[in-house]
Design a binder for this molecule. Structure first.
Ligand SMILES: [Fe+2]
Ligand SMILES: [Fe+2]
Length: 286
């Protein structure tokens, strides 16, 4: 199914399930969240239509689930999206890369250099936050905001916040955790719009899951809302491939606001040490 050509609010409500969905919104906050979401998505749909973008539906994307050799929620470190299914699919012949061994006591910077490359999205987001004059904590949150995706893309804000929780301030962890939900909801006060590429990634008629709507409502009313929101406004989706940002640019930010365990990440017996070990050894069969 294709998204309607002339997008209007009624069409979208109808595509969401119409009355059934509206009546299911027993919770006023949920209704507000859905309202914010829909008004933002409508603008994105109009813009995408103007650009002549073909928008898949949720059903179109669901149809493709068993035509891939991997699940879309799998961590980036574990798959190569263009080669796992068919070795001939990618003309460059790329497969997952052979990983260099980690040092005995790996630091966050070691993970950036040896497990996260090219990490352009994280590095460019952090550079943008720096350029925008944001606080050091927000710069760190931007630098780490999608690190959870290396482990697991599904619910990556939660994974991402969890892996760094013992080592960063509560505020940084909050910003990372809630950026995931906030991505779906516009905030015109800071010029944040629903991302057009989400129409393609999730489907034109996609509605965020109830836990995401609830997380948005919670974060929206939280005193640290703007921290998480700033992660979404510096969350770059188009890169300048000619702009090279190195992790060394953030040595000072990390040194001041990331409590590097002296035993090395993965060896400090913290509640998340096993997650860092998994990132260090993604080729381990068990
Ligand atoms: Fe993200
Ligand atoms: Fe991101």
């Amino acid at each position: 199914m294709d998204a309607p050509m002339n997008v209007n609010r009624e069409d979208v409500i109808a595509s969401l399930g119409g009355e059934a969905v509206v009546q299911g919104m027993d919770h006023e906050a949920r209704a507000d969240a859905l309202e914010d979401f829909m008004s933002g998505k409508l603008d994105a749909m109009v813009a995408a239509r103007k650009r002549g973008k073909a928008l898949p539906s949720v059903a179109d994307l669901a149809d493709k689930v068993d035509s891939r050799g991997y699940r879309r929620g799998a961590g980036r470190l574990f798959i190569h999206e263009r080669s796992n299914q068919n070795p001939d699919a990618d003309e460059s012949g790329r497969t997952v890369v052979r990983l260099a061994p980690m040092p005995e006591k790996p630091t966050l910077i070691d993970f950036f250099k040896l497990r996260f490359p090219p990490a352009a999205h994280l590095l460019q987001s952090a550079r943008l936050a720096t350029k925008n004059g944001l606080s050091v904590e927000i710069i760190l949150a931007c630098l780490l905001h999608d690190a959870g995706q290396y482990l697991c893309r599904a619910d990556h804000g939660y994974w991402g916040a969890q892996i760094v929780e013992p080592y960063v301030s509560e505020r940084v962890a909050f910003a990372i955790k809630y950026h995931q939900a906030l991505r779906f909801f516009p905030d015109p006060s800071v010029g944040y719009e629903y991302p057009e590429n989400y129409l393609v990634t999730f489907g034109a008629d996609y509605v965020p899951l109830p836990h995401v709507q609830a997380a948005y409502t919670y974060a929206r009313n939280h005193k640290w809302y703007m921290d998480a929101r700033m992660v979404t406004t510096n969350d770059l989706y188009s890169f300048d491939p000619n702009v090279q940002v190195e992790i060394d640019e953030f040595t000072d930010v990390i040194g001041r606001h990331f409590k590097q365990p002296k035993e090395g990440l993965g060896h400090d017996n913290s509640p998340v040490a096993h997650m860092w070990r998994t990132l260090a050894n993604p080729d381990s069969p068990l």
